[in-house]
Design a protein around this ligand. Structure first.
Ligand SMILES: [Zn+2]
Length: 262
């Protein structure tokens, strides 16, 4: 096995972890915004219920005034009944009184309706205020949980970054740049293990002499997949001792989730 392959495999494993960690970190603002949006929506409901209550109260005042005005008119007409001289004028006055009575009844109906719906609006305001408190209590817990998770993820990031640093230090700089160029083009995966007789990433057939060469313990050459250009390695290489087995495993896992078996 090429002496730099082992640290490169470690680098690949930690890079895949870093991609996952950064993806999770990028989700946090959205998750927090969702919590805030729920609180805002609940507050809007209170405001809307209060608005309806206020409108109802204004209408109630208007209807009360209507009732008073018609009562006032009816009273005025009744007072005039003693002063009319002709039968016709008396009839006309009675008609006006009847009309005013009808209007009083109508205005009172509207007022009653308004009072009933006013009570409904009042209940809605109170219910919306209770809901806001509930939503805010849940939101406070969610914020705390998200913050704790964020802190833990940040810590994970710092840890993974320092692992990356030490993995990088074991690889010459130009090889790191080479690795990074390939990784950038291929979704962060610059290495490909041999699966059967093919590239573990793109599945293309690898020539047998390349596989044989990779399997040789004293191999000191790099081979690239002719199709995806990734750096090839032989995952079952005994040189990948127990200490890096997990790192190699992570690369393999990522490969199987991103590339169909050929
Ligand atoms: Zn390939």
């Amino acid at each position: 096995m090429h002496p730099h392959l082992k640290p490169l495999i470690e680098l690949q494993a930690v890079d895949l972890r870093l991609i996952g960690i950064r993806e999770r970190l990028a989700q946090f603002p959205k998750r927090l915004a969702e919590v805030e949006a729920r609180v805002t929506a609940a507050k809007h409901e209170v405001a809307a219920a209060k608005e309806s209550l206020l409108t109802g109260q204004k209408e109630r005042k208007t209807y009360e005034m209507d009732v008073d005005q018609w009562k006032e008119r009816a009273k005025k007409y009744r007072n005039q009944t003693g002063e009319v001289k002709s039968n016709e004028a008396y009839k006309a006055l009675l008609h006006e009184i009847q009309n005013a009575e009808d209007e009083i009844a109508k205005a009172e109906d509207r007022l009653l309706e308004r009072m009933v719906s006013g009570e409904q609006y009042d209940r809605e305001v109170k219910a919306a205020e209770i809901r806001v408190k509930e939503v805010e209590a849940v939101a406070a817990k969610e914020r705390q949980a998200i913050q704790a998770e964020y802190n833990a993820t940040q810590k994970e990031l710092t840890g993974a970054e320092s692992v990356r640093k030490s993995a990088m230090s074991a690889v010459p700089e130009d090889l790191v740049s080479h690795y990074e160029r390939i990784a950038k083009r291929h979704g962060g995966i610059a290495l490909a293990d041999i699966r059967g007789e093919g590239c573990g990433q793109c599945g293309v057939h690898i020539r047998p002499h390349v596989i044989q060469q990779l399997q040789r313990p004293n191999n000191d050459a790099f081979f690239h997949c002719e199709t995806c250009t990734r750096i090839l390695y032989y995952a079952a290489d005994p040189a990948l001792s127990a200490s890096t087995a997990s790192a190699a495993g992570s690369v393999g896992d990522a490969a199987s989730s991103t590339t169909p078996e050929s």
